[in-house]
Design a binder for this molecule. Sequence first.
Ligand SMILES: Nc1nc2c(c(=O)[nH]1)N[C@H]1C(S)=C(S)[C@@H](COP(=O)(O)OP(=O)(O)OC[C@H]3O[C@@H](n4cnc5c(N)ncnc54)[C@H](O)[C@@H]3O)O[C@H]1N2
Ligand code: MOO
Length: 519
Amino acid sequence: MVREAWGDEGRGDPFDDALALANNVRGAAAADAPATRGGDSNPPTAGARTPASGDPTDPADSTTPEGHPTRSTPTARNPHPTPSTLPWHTARDIAERAVPGPPPPETSTLGEALGRTLAAPLTALTDLPSFDTSAMDGWAVSGPGPWRIDHPAGEAGAGPRPGILAGHAPTEALPDGHAIPIATGARIPSGATAVLRSEHGEVHELSDGGARLYAPRPAPPGQDIRPRGQECRRGDQLLPAGALVTPAVLGLAAAAGYDELTAYPRPRAEILVLGDELLQHGLPQEGRIRDALGPMLSPWLHALGVEAAAPRHLADDADTLYAALAESTADVVITTGGTASGPVDHVHPTLRRLGAEVLVDGVAVRPGHPMLLARLAPRRHLVGLPGNPLAAVSGLCTLAEPLLRTLAARPPVAPYRMPLAAPVHGHPQDTRLVPVAYRDDERYGLMAAPLHFHGPAMLRGIATADALAVVPPGGAERGAELELLELPWSAGWSAGWTPGSSTGWTAPGAPYAPTGGSA
Ligand SMILES: Nc1nc2c(c(=O)[nH]1)N[C@H]1C(S)=C(S)[C@@H](COP(=O)(O)OP(=O)(O)OC[C@H]3O[C@@H](n4cnc5c(N)ncnc54)[C@H](O)[C@@H]3O)O[C@H]1N2
Ligand code: MOO
């Protein structure tokens, strides 16, 4: 979705215009004369400061050291300006359209198709139910009562008389005035007109050894019979192409006769965690901190329908990063950290060394503005997430999610809006992504309550959030209807399950592998 107008730049395709801007092909004109942002009444101002509100966790309030200029121009102090950042919606649009579509579909077992997108409509291979079925335990009866109780052929004699069980195929027709015991799910014998529930019938033993069945109420024709084809006829379309294969879809497909499904493959992602300061175990110590992104990104990507290998931790070394990117065969490489211009921030120089095409280099969003997207090869991309953990989440939702959605052929999530339960400060030029939790308000119904602890380095807010609210430049008042990016867990994890974890149970001794296969 492109909602921004690109002013004088915007005469062509907005995607091409945005790409050209990101790659700075229009030179100084693109970098120096920032495009007009539709719906943004404040013209972008390099170095603009955010008014303080007193909330120490509010990045909109912290003008230094994190209130960086949105667009930089060459100055004596900053001789290497970054290309102009892109409006948030434009960046998402570029990411969504960076690939033309998913790779060709594959046929797999039902279990392996979980979380994928159907490449063809799901068409019923059989009527459902495939035969007239008893909906209750009781008796199949023919005509009005009372009825003489029969037993299936071969059941005569002593002992319990179960009648027709589920899975059996009755061969004999039921004559008028007769009844036969039947179980829920069993096939109705020909000649039967209704099913009488066991609790509604009274059996009277007869002197000849037989039995008669009485019902206090009549059993109208069709009572408690599920007729063949009630749910669908063979050839009916049950689901369109493009439907997400959820656990319920697997159940439906199996019921309708499928052993295999044709769906788009899961995109394969590789996660490279950069930063010599990161520990993988224990307490932070001596200036080193725990890696918060490795444990978070694999399952998050998994919930987006992606096959993510276990994260690799790379030393802060340009050659190591170069080798990892050059060798990777993943559809999408996700790096964390190293996007800025510090002494060990190697992502930009390595992309240049690889000759990668940078599609997005900075986004007008807080947190996370140094995020980037690059094309390593025609169908291989890199998403560079900033190292600050909430900034990384912002990059994941802004650039990785739309790109992976296109690769997985998942349908876009319908725009979702909710009124804010409290006002939120805005950045003067940039969009803010703010963690919110759903609250049921007595008067206004469901509202999005902004959460504290939403600083770029904090995960405490997002850990209790249901969604990220998209706060436009300038902020939003209580009651304003804001676009929400729902987090995977508030929509349920089901679509992200793979066969390995779909049972939620791991055999004793088997390693738990929540990310599924390898990339
Ligand atoms: N001169 C400038 N400096 C910075 C700018 C800027 O525009 N000009 N942007 C700042 C912003 S905003 C962010 S966000 C960060 C992005 O930095 P990098 O992507 O290069 O990330 P690092 O420097 O490697 O790390 C930043 C921060 O995050 C911590 N980190 C990194 N990885 C992890 C992880 N896996 N788990 C937990 N924490 C992590 C790292 O220790 C740093 O504290 O740059 C600013 N600087
Ligand atoms: O501090 Mo930075 O905006 O990405 O989180």
